[in-house]
Design a protein around this ligand. Structure first.
Ligand SMILES: Cc1cc2nc3c(=O)[nH]c(=O)nc-3n(C[C@H](O)[C@H](O)[C@H](O)COP(=O)(O)OP(=O)(O)OC[C@H]3O[C@@H](n4cnc5c(N)ncnc54)[C@H](O)[C@@H]3O)c2cc1C
Length: 375
């Protein structure tokens, strides 16, 4: 049995990596000529990823112990201490490290400059590129096409209707930051008309600035933020779509499955997808392992949909509700009035499981959930 993966972003590469040994051949179709480009992601993720994906250890460019929440005048209103630090990954290098590892394995083909479309012919997935057409009667197909959601729209009739744009730049500041171990989150409509703006220190004077927005131009928000923090030099501007809709109930059909941004498997509170994608690919590879052994792989899509929602659906739903309150105009306005008598302090155990602690919600963390399912 073979595996065909559409898209060589983190979802496609991590999925291929976690189930390499289950398949005779793994083919990955990527429409761009270089893996990891164009870059759109900030790259912040819980340090736990270093245990789950050792390749990530080589591409860490920052580590953070706390998140400082500030208002529009950059005054601190809350401090969230991270028991498990967050790390900043060089996203392009992360994907390239994964691709290098995969290519070193004999049974993986990375097909660059091949945009694939997928359709179902009497339930059998067919992959078509400009160079080939593959009828996958004896294969599993994973669609990892990211936020483009072209194939998910066609086959699952799913599209994330709710999203914001995230625009970022790497910049050099006029003055040293002093503390480069804190992530700064700005809750203010001055810098971001929806969601929030962020400052991630990379070194003493270098930062990654970002703004989330739904009505443009984002460059105006980014320019305002650059002026507020006194930027002396801009290095590069990049960004993309942060998906805010909930994932669909069906995440696959038969032997065709969808992973990552293609079905909005994104943490609603920060737009982060890397941890949820990593855990989803581990989950999927275990399900594939079981279903290949029992020769039931034709029900993979249905089983994956049920198990994924059992593991993460509840958690993601609660986070969506929490996000709507936290990033509302009301909160931004209250903060700008400067009526909070003290700065709030919280301790949270993991960057990728904030709301559990912030909202006092009794929810299991991602990692706990998975181990529980497979005990
Ligand atoms: C501004 C911004 C900041 C973010 N910050 C963070 C963060 O700090 N932490 C975090 O965890 N997450 C973050 N995310 C989310 C994270 O980047 C995504 O969840 C993650 O990239 C999704 O990975 P993916 O592989 O599903 O999709 P992508 O990364 O989009 O990869 C999809 C790949 O598929 C290829 N492709 C698409 N269609 C086809 C096709 N038809 N044929 C062949 N190839 C195709 C694309 O070229 C691409 O290489 C951020 C996102 C944005 C936009």
């Amino acid at each position: 049995m073979n595996l065909h993966v559409v898209g060589a972003g983190p979802s496609g590469l991590l999925l291929a990596r976690s189930c390499l040994d289950l398949f005779d051949e793994v083919s990955i179709y990527e429409e761009h000529s270089t893996v990891g480009e164009p870059e759109h992601c900030t790259g912040l993720v819980s340090r736990k990823i270093l245990e789950l994906v050792p390749e990530a250890q080589r591409v860490v460019i920052g580590s953070y112990r706390e998140i400082i929440v500030v208002d529009e005048r950059l005054r601190q209103v809350a401090e969230l201490r991270l028991e498990e630090p967050a790390v900043l990954l060089n996203r392009k290098m992360f994907e390239q490290e994964l691709a290098r590892y995969l290519e070193s394995r004999g049974n993986v083909r990375l097909l660059l400059r091949e945009r694939a479309s997928v359709y179902l012919d009497r339930e059998v997935p067919v992959i078509v590129t400009s160079r080939r057409s593959v009828r996958c009667s004896d294969s599993v197909v994973a669609v990892c096409e990211g936020s483009a959601q072209r194939i998910s729209r066609q086959i699952l009739r799913y599209q994330s209707r709710d999203y914001v744009y995230g625009l970022q730049c790497d910049a050099v500041l006029r003055k040293s930051l002093g503390d480069s171990s804190s992530i700064i989150v700005i809750l203010s409509t001055r810098f971001s008309n929806r969601y929030f703006a962020w400052i991630i220190p990379i070194s003493e004077r270098e930062v990654r600035l970002g703004v989330g927005y739904s009505r443009g131009p984002g460059t105006a928000y980014l320019a305002r933020l650059s002026r507020a923090v006194k930027v002396s030099k801009l290095r590069r501007v990049f960004g993309g779509k942060i998906l805010l809709s909930k994932p669909p109930r069906m995440l696959g059909v038969g032997r065709l499955v969808f992973v990552g941004d293609s079905v909005s498997q994104v943490k609603p509170l920060t737009g982060g997808g890397l941890m949820l994608i990593t855990l989803t690919t581990i989950l999927l590879s275990r399900l594939m392992h079981i279903l290949l052994e029992t020769r039931d792989v034709n029900v993979l899509g249905q089983v994956y949909s049920r198990v994924w929602h059992l593991a993460y659906g509840h958690y993601v739903k609660k986070m969506h509700r929490f996000r709507e309150v936290l990033y509302s105009d009301v909160v931004s306005r209250v903060l700008s009035m400067n009526i909070l008598p003290i700065s709030l302090r919280f301790s949270i155990s993991d960057f990728d499981a904030q709301p559990r602690y912030l909202a006092g919600l009794k929810l299991p963390s991602y990692a706990h959930d998975l181990s529980h399912l497979f005990k």
